[in-house]
Design a protein around this ligand. Structure first.
Ligand SMILES: Nc1ncnc2c1ncn2[C@@H]1O[C@H](COP(=O)(O)OP(=O)(O)OP(=O)(O)O)[C@@H](O)[C@H]1O
Length: 399
């Protein structure tokens, strides 16, 4: 099998020192110009990667992301975590996966990001009160935890104030505690009320819980974890993605994971425009060193930053037509190939052009069929129950 992302001939031998097959995800087959299928094609899962999956609506992006998640679930030493904004990955349950309505600790979002998260200007009165209050409440929760630990051990320790990088598994204040603290501040009553109202809004999203399990638990075993964000407000979903991306990164940096996590983000354009953006950029630019992979799927390549393309060593492009989206491919072109990638984009559903940074080659492929059910796809009147001519209500009336 040809393996994308695997560079050396020793690696291409596909076994490690112990003679075991290197972890590989089966993607599909080469597709010849006459439409015939050729040799099998896989993606390397032995090392960490950054990738993008592009394609206009209905061309198979989510399906391809599901193929990756299935393959990763089968591969040794890795753990897929899927961000599912449309609720289409529930079928991964049959690959042993768990679908969770994700909850994260308030302290998993840094104090500086809280004003933007709830729609407050960080330099305005309410924004800066919220920023300060989250910082103080997080520090107090940390200090309480340290005192409890010291009481138990007799040792003394001083912890730095929590930010995104230290807060994934440390104690967190609840939103109610942050709200109470803000109401007790000496800020003007209108400022305090504004903060309380915005925190109530954040509470209503249902994604914050001071005792939520650490993010690392999503990648504790090889079964896919699907973070079901269908129906979750945009800002809340962005908070979850930020906390999860950062949490997986920190867990890898600290050596707390037994597997290399792969974060697969569907509808990724939605997350590069809000509080999740810095965490996703961290994974793109620095994620591979500690071992985190990120794959972003989007129907709007022009709405993801160019760093998503320039940092990716794997590009899978289904059909694209909008000029600005096709232009994103040109950025990859400069790096990989003389020749016009856009003119090589296949047109069939499930067909894609893949560009492999490791070998600097582009191939046309047919993505394999999924073995677990796919929840996406465009609704078709002709596929609705009861609309076959002999079953439809109309035809029964006419009988
Ligand atoms: N590799 C494939 N093999 C077989 N069928 C496929 C393949 N890829 C896609 N399909 C079919 O195409 C439909 C649309 O695919 P998918 O839901 O992934 O589209 P999408 O590009 O993610 O669209 P949207 O932007 O609307 O989410 C799927 O429901 C499936 O029936």
């Amino acid at each position: 099998m040809h393996v994308l992302g695997r560079q050396t001939s020793a690696e291409a031998g596909e076994t490690d020192a112990a003679g075991d097959r290197l972890p590989t995800v089966r993607l599909g087959s080469f597709l010849a110009r006459d439409g015939s299928e050729g040799a099998a094609l896989g993606i390397d899962a032995d090392g960490p990667h950054a990738g993008v999956v592009f394609g206009k609506r209905g061309t198979g992006k989510s399906y391809t992301l599901g193929v990756l998640a299935e393959g990763l679930a089968d591969a040794r030493g890795v753990s897929p975590v899927v961000v599912d904004p449309m609720g289409v990955f529930g079928g991964l349950r049959s690959a042993g996966g768990g679908v969770v309505e994700p909850q994260v600790r308030p302290a998993a979002i840094s104090p500086a990001a809280w004003p933007e998260l709830v729609g407050l200007n960080p330099s305005g009165g309410p924004g800066s009160l919220l920023w300060r209050t989250v910082a103080d409440a997080t520090e107090a929760a940390d200090a309480t935890d340290a005192t409890d630990a010291n009481d138990a051990t007799g040792a003394s320790s001083v912890r730095p104030p929590a930010d995104d990088s230290s807060a994934q598994s440390s104690p967190s204040p609840s939103l109610a505690e942050i709200r109470d603290r803000a109401s007790e501040s000496d800020a003007p009553p209108t400022t305090r009320r504004a903060v309380a109202n915005h925190l109530r809004l954040a509470e209503s999203w249902g994604v914050f819980d001071a005792s939520a399990p650490p993010v690392a638990s999503f990648a504790a075993d090889g079964a896919p974890t699907v973070l079901d964000l269908a129906g979750v407000p945009e800002a809340a979903a962005a908070a979850v993605v930020r906390a999860v991306a950062r949490g997986l990164y920190d867990a890898c940096v600290d050596g707390r994971l037994d597997r290399l996590p792969w974060l697969l983000v569907d509808e990724a354009h939605a997350f590069f425009d809000g509080v999740a953006d810095p965490a996703l950029r961290t994974l793109l630019t620095r994620g591979r060193a500690p071992g985190v992979s990120l794959v972003c799927a989007t129907q709007r390549p022009s709405a993801v930053p160019s760093v998503a393309v320039s940092q990716s060593d794997l590009l899978i492009a289904h059909r694209l037509t909008a000029e600005r989206d096709v232009d994103r491919l040109a950025e990859a072109e400069a790096t990989y190939l003389a020749g016009d990638l856009a003119s090589r984009l296949p047109t069939g559903t499930g067909e894609a052009l893949v560009v492999d940074d490791a070998t600097e080659e582009a191939h046309t492929v047919r993505v394999r069929e999924r073995r677990t059910p796919h929840g996406g796809g465009s609704p078709r009147a002709s596929r609705m129950v009861g609309t076959a001519p002999d079953e439809s209500v109309d035809s029964q009336h006419k009988r």
